[in-house]
Design a protein around this ligand. Structure first.
Ligand code: MF3
Ligand code: CO
Ligand code: CO
Length: 289
């Protein structure tokens, strides 16, 4: 397969502005989200807010996705998602979260996650690009990620993307109140069946008033995940699958960008979900493909 040279860090655009009237999460000024909160059921007000945050994040993802084309920079996609979030009165959750500098994460090919949008990295025909958007409104967050093909993409990458969607669906289908959280990773492993790597260094998370709360969701089977899911809980499932080995390393230059150690491609799909009496309700909305 003809492919581009490895991704490299590029220059960032100036810090994007958020209008004064938009409410900020506690970390917006100094970057510190504070102590990790234990997961607890959402109140009706929080749940209503989460539906709103999920809708805005989904709209911002769709707006950015519509601009995907060869030659477009990752910073341009970030600007589009940022504008859509603030247009709808939301704060882009990643902005200054633990010091993260941009409003989205855009992760191309061998970048697994937390790719920082920059002004030099362009999309090339044949790339796969993961767009991760989180919005904060009404005091709560909504978080989703979807992987897109840039023009014509090789069949192995298309198969990887397809399997990643199936992995997310399998993880969601495994959610039931009273079940152990490790059943999510077990279900994902069962559909992936060793055909792809399952990234184990990053996971899903409880989400609500906190971007990431104390619930951690492993996407492969881990016997330690024995805590039980409960009605009213909100969490993300966000499997990252690789064509080669699943091991990740982080770029020293920025302290964020996670790439596969072997340079193989990675795809990701994420939804924010609510645990219901009989399973899960998906709050976020992917772009129809
Ligand atoms: N949206 C990512 C997730 O799915 C988190 C990004 S945190 C950032 O959990 F700081 F890298 F932006
Ligand atoms: Co995300
Ligand atoms: Co997430």
């Amino acid at each position: 397969m003809l492919t581009r040279p490895p991704l490299v860090p590029g220059p960032l655009s100036p810090r994007r502005k958020v209008p004064r009237e938009i409410a900020r999460p506690p970390y917006a000024l100094l970057g510190d989200p504070g102590p990790v909160s234990p997961p607890r059921p959402r109140t009706p007000e929080e749940l209503e807010g989460m539906r709103h945050a999920a809708q805005i994040a989904s709209d911002a993802l769709a707006a950015a996705a519509a601009a995907i084309a060869p030659g477009v920079t990752t910073d341009e996609l970030d600007a589009i998602a940022h504008e859509e979030m603030i247009r709808q009165g939301a704060y882009p959750s990643t902005l200054n979260y633990r010091g993260y500098p941009k409003s989205t994460c855009i992760s191309i090919n061998e970048v697994i996650c937390h790719g920082i949008p920059d002004t030099a990295t362009q999309l090339h025909e044949g790339d796969i690009v993961c767009v991760d958007v989180t919005a904060y409104v009404d005091g709560v967050h909504g978080d989703l990620n979807q992987t897109f093909a840039v023009g014509a993409v090789d069949q192995r990458s298309l198969d990887l993307m397809d399997m990643t969607r199936r992995a997310l669906d399998a993880g969601i289908a495994a959610v039931k109140p009273g079940r152990q959280v490790r059943e999510i990773g077990r279900a994902i492993e069962k559909v992936v069946r060793n055909r792809y790597g399952i990234v184990h260094q990053f996971g899903g998370h409880g989400i609500g008033p906190a971007f990431h709360d104390g619930l951690h969701v492993q996407h492969n089977y881990d016997r330690r995940g024995t805590e039980k899911l409960f009605v009213g809980q909100t969490l993300t499932i966000e499997p990252m699958l690789t064509l080669g080995r699943p091991d990740a390393r982080i770029w020293e230059e920025d302290g964020w960008t996670a790439v596969t150690v072997d340079g193989s491609r990675s795809a990701q799909e994420e939804h924010t979900i609510l645990v219901t009496e009989d399973g899960a309700e998906v709050l976020t909305r992917h772009v129809p493909l």
